[in-house]
Each structure stands twice: as structure tokens, then as C-alpha cells.
Design a protein around this ligand. Structure first.
Ligand code: SAM
Length: 292
């Protein structure tokens, strides 16, 4: 039986066999620690009825461990050079399909419909390329596809922001943008030493869980996100200050902002970083008629 891909010796062997050179610009840091991989995969709670989408299989270290537990894996890899490598390393796993495509351009609805029709749940598991972490997460969340769980490794600093709660330093528009769609928590911190080559920063595995029911109702999502971003423009400033700058004619329409805050029962002297998602929803719903 061949050794797991995620060992230093097998990874080196594969890289040498194909003369592969890592591309920093594609965020290529491969995992070479089975323990870490098993912990990531365990967070996915995979069964043979689970369809998994993976982003960036690399040489297949994580894909292999997912394939052993899930019903089907579809993995998007942007780097053409890795396609023949993956055909070789993942040949023992008939339930894996590698698609040579930038995941940001992928039609997730079509892939799910075609590949996962007999799966009970759909989970994303990935060790993300760090140069493009946030766009990839937002691509999944904004696509509208029903994802039950997302288990993703990223740079710890971004993970902290995604899972942050109100009134903490890391809480900002990214926390609200992600937690609007799914519940977020940090599952584990991962040291640099489990990668080849080692990244410059510490990593974290973040788990996003589908909300049982949508907690907030907003009149218009794009306006809600606009108000959220506008409320964090200058973190040290009050909500009123930030909204006056970010809303159209905000300075002239100060009175309307104050009235909207009052109707939403939110003190305009608070800072954006203290507002919960539910409060942002109330505020944007009250501002909607005057500013959208
Ligand atoms: N999954 C492997 C592992 O854990 O060892 C490799 C992870 S490595 C951090 C990120 C992978 O994502 C690389 O293989 C890279 O080529 C690929 N990648 C980078 N940008 C991508 C994109 N936009 N779409 C799909 N794959 C991408």
C-alpha cells in the first residue's frame, strides 16, 4: 500500500518526480502532517452521504483524506501543472473529480446539481490559498448554494476577524459579512511547521455552520452591507460620524440619520464595532427609505 500523500517523504518524492516548483503567487503551501489533516477532516463530520467541494487540492494531501470518508469530492485547482500530478496521486480514489478552474469563476449551482444529486449534505473543506481567502469565502456565501458546513484553513489573522464577536478588536465588516450567512467559530490554531514551504504567518481552521433559520431580515442586502461597511470606515468614530460620511448627502441629512437611529433604538454615539448583526439590520432597515 502506498504511503499517505501528507508525509514529508512522499510529498518530496512527488515534487521531485514531477519537477514541481512552488508558486508563491498561487498560495502554494502544502500540508505534510497527517494529524493536522485528520483534525481538519473531522471538523467536516463527513459521511458517505456527504458531497465535498475542495478548493486547491495541490498534490492531493487533503483530498485523499476527504475521499476516504466522503461520498464524493469535487476539487477545483487553478494550476495546470498540478492536473497530471493529481491524476496520478488520486488514482486510487474513484470518488474524486478534479476540475481545472479558478474556483472564483466556478458555477457552484451547476456543479452541485451535476455531481452531488445523491448526497444528503454539502460541505466545503479546504486549505485555502491565502492571497485570495476572503473572495473565495464570499464567493461561496454569496452564491446562494445551500452549504451545510464550511471548514477552511486560512491565515489566523483573517480567521480571527471572521469569527470575532461585537466589541472586540477583530470585529469588523468581514465578521458581519460572514456571520450574516453562517455561524462561525475557530476550531484550531495551526503552526507554520506543518506546511511545505512554511508560510510567513500562523494559520487557523475556521468552521462555518449553516444557520438553522435566518436570524435577521433585511429589506435590501446590498444596502445592509453598505451600511455595515460605512459604520466601520473609521473605527474610533461614532456611528453618527461614520454614517454622515458614508451615506449620500449624509452631512446634510444628519437629522434623518438621528431619527433612523432612534426608531431602531440605537444610540448614534455608539461605535460601529459594538453593534450586533441584528442591530445593523434594524438600523439599515430604518435608513432604507431615506438613503437607498
Ligand atoms: N490542499 C493542498 C494542501 O492542503 O496541501 C494545497 C493547499 S495550497 C494552500 C492552495 C492551493 O490552491 C494550491 O494548490 C493552489 O494552486 C490552489 N489555488 C490557488 N488559487 C486558486 C483558485 N483561485 N482556484 C482554485 N485553486 C487555487
Amino acid at each position: 500500500m502506498t504511503k499517505d500523500i501528507a508525509t514529508l517523504s512522499r510529498t518530496k518524492e512527488i515534487i521531485e518526480k514531477y519537477g514541481f516548483k512552488f508558486k508563491k503567487s498561487l498560495g502554494q503551501n502544502f500540508l505534510v502532517d497527517l494529524n493536522t489533516l485528520n483534525n481538519i477532516v473531522a471538523e467536516g463530520q463527513l459521511t458517505e452521504r456527504t458531497g465535498v467541494i475542495e478548493v486547491g487540492p495541490g498534490i492531493g494531501a487533503l483530498t485523499e483524506q476527504i475521499a476516504k470518508r466522503a461520498g464524493k469530492v469535487v476539487a477545483f485547482e487553478i494550476d495546470q501543472r498540478l492536473i497530471p500530478v493529481l491524476e496520478d496521486t488520486l488514482s486510487p480514489y474513484p470518488n474524486v473529480q478534479v476540475i481545472h478552474e479558478d474556483v472564483l469563476k466556478a458555477n457552484l449551482h451547476a456543479v452541485i446539481e451535476k455531481e452531488f444529486h445523491d448526497c444528503d449534505e454539502i460541505v466545503v473543506v479546504a486549505n485555502l490559498p491565502y492571497y485570495v481567502t476572503t473572495p473565495i469565502i464570499m464567493h461561496f456565501l454569496e452564491s446562494g448554494v445551500r452549504l451545510d458546513r464550511i471548514v477552511i484553513m486560512m491565515q489566523k489573522e483573517v480567521g480571527d476577524r471572521i469569527s470575532a464577536k461585537p466589541s472586540t478588536k477583530a470585529y469588523g465588516s468581514l465578521s458581519v459579512a460572514v456571520q450574516y450567512y453562517m455561524d462561525a467559530h475557530t476550531a484550531m490554531i495551526v503552526p507554520k511547521t506543518v506546511f511545505v514551504p512554511q508560510p510567513n504567518v500562523e494559520s487557523a481552521v475556521i468552521v462555518l455552520e449553516r444557520k438553522e433559520q435566518q436570524e435577521v431580515i433585511v429589506r435590501d442586502e446590498s444596502f445592509f452591507f453598505f451600511v455595515v461597511r460605512g459604520s466601520f470606515v473609521q473605527r474610533r468614530k461614532t456611528l453618527l460620524n461614520n454614517l454622515q460620511v458614508s451615506l449620500e448627502d449624509g452631512k446634510a441629512k444628519k437629522e434623518l440619520i438621528l431619527q433612523a437611529c432612534e426608531r431602531a433604538n440605537i444610540d448614534p454615539r455608539r461605535r460601529g464595532e459594538t453593534l450586533t448583526i441584528e442591530e445593523f439590520a434594524r438600523l439599515s432597515n430604518e435608513l432604507y427609505d431615506d438613503f437607498f
